[in-house]
Design a protein around this ligand. Sequence first.
Ligand code: GLV
Length: 327
Amino acid sequence: MSKPKVLVARAVFPEAIARLEEHFEVETNPDDALWSKAQLIGKLKGKAGVFTTGSERIDAEVLDACPDLRICANMAVGYNNFDVPAMTARGVLATNAPDVLTETTADFGFALLMATARRLTESEHFLRAGKWTKWSYDMFAGGEVHGSTLGIIGMGRIGQGIAKRGAHGFGMKVIYHNRSRLAPALEAECKAGYAGKEELLKTADHVVLVVPYTPESHHTIGAAELALMKPTATLINIARGGIVDDAALAAALREKRIAAAGLDVFEGEPQVHPDLLTVPNVVLTPHIASATVPTRRAMADLAVDNLVGYLVHGEPKTPLNPEVVKA
Ligand code: GLV
C-alpha cells in the first residue's frame, strides 16, 4: 500500500522531516519559499496532510481545491491562518501547538517589557553610533518595572506565565482583562486581579497584549484605547499583528502620548508600518517570542505528532475541531 502524501509548507528541522518520512511520502520546501495561494494549492493537491507554520492561509478556496486534504497541523499556538469552521464543514482536522511554548513565550514577553521600559535598544543604538561622550543624570532614564502595575489583556496560559513572572519575580501589582474571569485559585496563583479594559488601560504602567487574533479582537488597541493610557506607560504586543492599530500607535509614540512600546508582531508582517521604523521609543523584534531551539523543536515535534497521530492512528494530540475525529 502506498504511503499517504504530506506537504511540509516551510523549511523546518531535518529531524522533523525524517520523522514524517517514516510514515509518509513527504514533499518539502527546502528553499523556504513563500508560496502564493495558487502555488500552495498546486503543492497541496493529492496531499492528505500539511505541516504549516502560521504563514500559510488555509481557507475555503484552498480546501475546495484540495479535496484529499484531511489534516492541517500548525507549528504555532495561534491559528488565525486557519478558517476552522470551513475546515470542520469539510471534515478536515485542524491542530495547533499549545503548551510547549508557554513558558518560553512568557519569558520573551517579560524580556520585551524590560527592554522597552528600560530603553535597551534605543540606548544601544546611541552607543553604537558613537554618541556616548559623557554620563548624564537622565540619560535613557526609563520607567520602573519592579513594584509597578502590570496590566495583561488576554489571560490564557501565556498571560498567566507573564503574570507570575511580574508578581512573584518583580513584586508587580498584576491586573488582567479577559473574556472570562479566572477561577479564584488561579487568580491567587498568578496574584492577579480582574479589571475592566478601560480601568486596566488607565491604571497599568505596562500593558501586555496576549489575546488571540479574531475579528472581535482586531484593533483591541486603537487611538481611543491609547488615549486612555498614562503618558508614562508602555505597551507590549506579543499576540498577533492586527490586535494593535500600528498607525495609531506610531502617532501616539511620536507625540509621546505613551512612553514606549515593544512589538514582536505587526499588522501585515513581515511588513512593518514605516512610521514605527522611525520612532525611537519602540523596540521591534521579528515575531520571535517562541524562538528558542528547544521550544521550536518541541513545536515542530508536536505538529509531527499530530500528523502521524491522526493519519496513522486516528488520534491527534491537540485537535482544534475534535468533532472531525469523532465523525
Ligand atoms: C506564534 O506566534 C504562535 O502562535 O505560536
